[in-house]
Design a protein around this ligand. Structure first.
Ligand code: ATP
Ligand code: MG
Length: 426
C-alpha cells in the first residue's frame, strides 16, 4: 500500500500531504487519508475529493495550516470540520475523527471526537473504512480495522454491522452504486441486512433531500438501468413512493433505457442518462412527474425534463403515431426536448415508431430554412404568428421535398401573402 500510495498520487499531491502530515505531527495530532480516497488509492483509480481526517482538533489544526500556507480557514464548529482555502483557489477539507450517535433512525447524527479506529467503524462499508497515515513518523501506514483491504481484493461490498441500514438507509443506495461502479458484489449477509431494512421501511424514513442526493449520482454514474433493476430486487423501489415494486412495464423500460440512449445518440452524456432513467420511472410507475420530482428532490433541470416528458406523453394518449414524411414528423415533434422524445421512445415497442423518433432527434431536430429571415423582413412582412407559420412551412418543404432555398423562400412568401390578404379581408 505504501508504494501504491506513492505511485498513485501526483508528486505535488504527495508533497502537499507530507507537509500537512508534518504539521499534524508537530502539533501532536495524527493525520490520515481515509474513506473513498484511500479506497481508490488502493484500487489504483483516481479520486476527486480527498477525505482528510485528523485525530485531534481539526479546527485548531486548520487554523495552523492556513497560517503556514498563507491561506484562510473556514471552520464548521458543529460538524468538527474545517476547510483551508489557499490563494490559488485550492481548498482542503479536514474532518475531526469522530463518533456519531443517531438519535432516531434516518435523523442526522450527533458528532463527538473519537479515535480514528472508531471513526473507521462508523463508516458505511469496509472498503471505505481504510485510513492511510500521513504523519512524519507513520507516513504510509495502513489502518484497516474492518478488513477492508481483503474486501477490496475480493471485490466485496460489506457493511460493518446488522443495524447499518437502519442507521442510514441511504447506504442501501450507496451499496448498489459501489457494486455497479466498481464491479464489486454485495456480500450475501450484507444483502440480507439490506432486504430486511428495505422491507421494514427504512428507506421511507429518509428525507427527500438525502434520498435524492443518494439516488441521482447512481443514475448518472453507473449503468443506470442495471442499478435500478438491482435496486428493485433489493426493495428500494418502494422508497420512490410508487407502490410496492416496479411494474413489469417499468423494468422493461429500464432495460430499454440503454438502447434508447444509443438510438438517440446520447449514451455518453451523464445528464441524458439520468433523464432517461427518470423517464423510465415516470412511465413504469404510473405516478405523476411531480410525485417523482418531490420525492427525489430533483433540481430544476431534471424537473423541467420530467414535466415535459409527461406533457408530451399526454399529447398522444394512445401512443405516438409518426408522420410518414420528414417535414411532417419535424412538425409533430419540433417542440419536444430530449426527455419528451426519450419518454415517447420508451413508451412503445414499435420499431418503426422508434426509428422515426431517433431520426427526428438525430437528424431533423433544430432544422431551419436555408434562407435568411431578413429576406422576408426586407419584403415588409412584420414579426408575428404568420411569420412563424411561414418559416415552419419552409422547413417542412425542405425536409419533405428537398426543396431548394429559393423554393423554401417562395413557399414562405406564399404563406405570408395569404395571411396578409386574409387580414385585409377582415
Ligand atoms: P465517491 O467515489 O462516490 O466519492 P466515497 O466513498 O468517497 O465515494 P463520499 O460520499 O465521498 O463517498 O464519502 C466519503 C467517505 O465517507 C466514504 O468513503 C465513507 O467512508 C464515508 N461515508 C459517506 N457516506 C456515508 C454514509 N452514508 N454512512 C457512513 N459512512 C459514509
Ligand atoms: Mg468521495
Amino acid at each position: 500500500m505504501r508504494t501504491r500510495l506513492v505511485e498513485q498520487l501526483a508528486a505535488e499531491d504527495i508533497d502537499t500531504l507530507r507537509e500537512a502530515g508534518h504539521l499534524a505531527t508537530e502539533l501532536g495530532a495524527r493525520l490520515f487519508l481515509a474513506g473513498g480516497a484511500a479506497r481508490d488509492v488502493a484500487l489504483g483509480i483516481p479520486h476527486e475529493d480527498w477525505d482528510i481526517v485528523l485525530e485531534g482538533d481539526a479546527p485548531a489544526y486548520a487554523r495552523a495550516l492556513a497560517d503556514r500556507w498563507h491561506g484562510h480557514a473556514v471552520i464548521h464548529e458543529r460538524f468538527l470540520t474545517a476547510t483551508v482555502r489557499l490563494e490559488d483557489g485550492v481548498s482542503f477539507d479536514i474532518a475531526t475523527a469522530r463518533r456519531e450517535a443517531y438519535p432516531a433512525a434516518g435523523a442526522l447524527p450527533v458528532v463527538e471526537p473519537a479515535p480514528i479506529e472508531e471513526d473507521l467503524w462508523r463508516r458505511d462499508f469496509s472498503i471505505n473504512a481504510i485510513a492511510v497515515a500521513l504523519g512524519s513518523d507513520d507516513w504510509g501506514d495502513v489502518l484497516d480495522p474492518t478488513g477492508g483491504m481483503d474486501d477490496i481484493d475480493s471485490g466485496t461490498v460489506r457493511a460493518l454491522h446488522d443495524r447499518s441500514f437502519w442507521d442510514d438507509a441511504t447506504r442501501i443506495i450507496r451499496a448498489i452504486g459501489f457494486e455497479q461502479r466498481l464491479g464489486f458484489a454485495i456480500d450475501p449477509e450484507t444483502e440480507r441486512w439490506i432486504r430486511q431494512a428495505a422491507e421494514g421501511g427504512a428507506l421511507q424514513r429518509v428525507s427527500t433531500e438525502r434520498l435524492g442526493e443518494a439516488i441521482l449520482p447512481l443514475l448518472r454514474n453507473s449503468v443506470g438501468p442495471d442499478a435500478l433493476q438491482r435496486g428493485n430486487e433489493l426493495g428500494i423501489a418502494r422508497a420512490l413512493g410508487a407502490g410496492a415494486a416496479f411494474t413489469r412495464r417499468a423494468l422493461k423500460g429500464l432495460d430499454d433505457v440503454l438502447d434508447g440512449l444509443a438510438a438517440l445518440g446520447e449514451a455518453r452524456s451523464a445528464e441524458h442518462r439520468s433523464l432517461a432513467c427518470l423517464c423510465a420511472l415516470l412511465l413504469g410507475h404510473r405516478v405523476t412527474a411531480d410525485a417523482i420530482i418531490n420525492r427525489l428532490h430533483l433540481d430544476r433541470f431534471a424537473a423541467r425534463g420530467l414535466r415535459s416528458a409527461e406533457r408530451f406523453l399526454k399529447t398522444w394518449p394512445s401512443g405516438f403515431e409518426p408522420a410518414r414524411r420528414d417535414g411532417d414528423l419535424w412538425g409533430q415533434l419540433r417542440e419536444c426536448d430530449f426527455s419528451a422524445v426519450m419518454a415517447l421512445w420508451l413508451s412503445t415497442d414499435d420499431a418503426q415508431v422508434r426509428e422515426a423518433l431517433a431520426r427526428y432527434w438525430r437528424r431533423l431536430r433544430g432544422s431551419k430554412p436555408d434562407f435568411s429571415t431578413q429576406r422576408l423582413a426586407d419584403l415588409g412582412y412584420p414579426q408575428g404568428p404568420a411569420l412563424g407559420q411561414a418559416l415552419r412551412e419552409a422547413v417542412r418543404v425542405k425536409l419533405s421535398d428537398g426543396a431548394s432555398a429559393d423554393r423554401q423562400f417562395a413557399v414562405a412568401g406564399d404563406v405570408l401573402k395569404q395571411a396578409n390578404s386574409k387580414q385585409n379581408r377582415t
